[in-house]
Write a protein that binds this ligand. Structure first.
Ligand code: ZN
Length: 309
């Protein structure tokens, strides 16, 4: 049995619009992904496994998040869990929904705001965080920038809300072992209520570093379904910084950049397999007696405990 603690799910009818910023972002590749589609893909990808998921709607602003939250709370399998998608402009709604019996976590997203938030408290209002802390509902934090560029904000958050449980998504947004990452993980590791999910991290080096510094009890497998179906590889563009190279010309790919860099992505697999391989490489490098138990923690036990599966 696998627990996937980072999965997006909503219906096509929940999409009101896709603005230009979302359209030019890889997240608009699959603006909807239903519970039925999720089930089908689980059967294809992991045919002999049971997958339990923590689901939340797609994050861009054109989604009718109230309707999508309702869909998940009413129609998700009781084996699964739901993270409420919170609305920064409506803290009353967000706080009210935290008490819903099907809500196990709270997700809010920096780029929901226009222009995108640069501070955590812009998209996670303090009144909402206070309520989440009081109810012991963990928050899923996609930082506004990669961890090394916003470590001060994360440390401030854990100081301001010392009893709040936080999951830093995407191993805190690091696709490669950038400089300062080790120090950032070391600083965060001191706060036992902060955990991490592995969503869309293709780097074995980063997973290995997280395991070494944070330990095996606070890292949870997340797929980022359905975005894990995208076939891309991260690379560093000389001017634009960290970008994705793809072989297939997705609608969000810059045509000029594609011509220049598509060779980097020839034959690339779904991001799903790259992320799984990164975990496999990291776990396989541990002493043999630790491998099986670490795998069990990452793919099941930690999320069971953290999100109450
Ligand atoms: Zn995601």
């Amino acid at each position: 049995m696998i627990i996937d603690c980072h999965a997006h799910c909503n219906l096509a009818e929940h999409i009101r619009s896709i603005d230009e910023r979302a359209y030019n972002h890889m997240l608009s590749t699959f603006p909807s992904f239903s519970l039925e589609e999720s089930k089908e893909w689980h059967a294809l990808f992991h045919p002999r496994k049971t997958v339990r998921s923590l689901r939340f709607p797609s994050v861009f602003q054109g989604i009718d998040h109230r309707a999508a939250n309702l869909y998940l709370t009413e129609q998700s399998d009781t084996q699964d869990r739901i993270a409420l998608y919170g609305l920064p402009e409506d803290p009353d709604y967000t706080v009210g929904m935290l008490g819903h019996p099907r809500v196990s976590a709270l997700k809010m997203y920096y780029s929901y705001l226009e222009p995108p938030a640069t501070k955590i408290y812009q998209y996670f209002p303090k009144v909402v965080l206070e309520a989440a802390q009081a109810r012991d509902v963990p928050v899923i934090l996609h930082p506004p920038r990669k961890i090394t560029a916003c470590l001060d904000q994360i440390l401030q958050l854990v100081k301001d809300f010392p009893r709040l449980r936080v999951c830093l998504a995407h191993l805190s947004l690091t696709k490669s072992a950038v400089s300062g990452l080790e120090e950032a993980f070391t600083a965060i590791a001191q706060y036992p209520l902060v955990s991490f999910d592995t969503a869309l991290v293709p780097s074995a080096e980063v997973v290995t570093m997280t395991l070494r510094i944070v330990g095996p009890d606070r890292i949870m497998y997340g797929s980022d379904e359905p975005l894990h179906l995208i076939r891309s590889v991260p690379y560093t563009h000389p001017e634009r910084g960290e970008r994705l190279a793809t072989e297939y010309p997705y609608h969000w790919v810059d045509a000029f950049e594609h011509q220049e860099y598509k060779h980097l992505a020839v034959g690339v697999t779904h991001a799903h397999w790259q992320a799984l391989r990164a975990i496999k490489v990291a776990v396989s490098a541990l002493p043999e007696r630790e491998q099986e138990v670490t795998k069990q923690k990452l793919f099941h036990d930690n999320a069971k405990q953290f999100y109450g599966f």
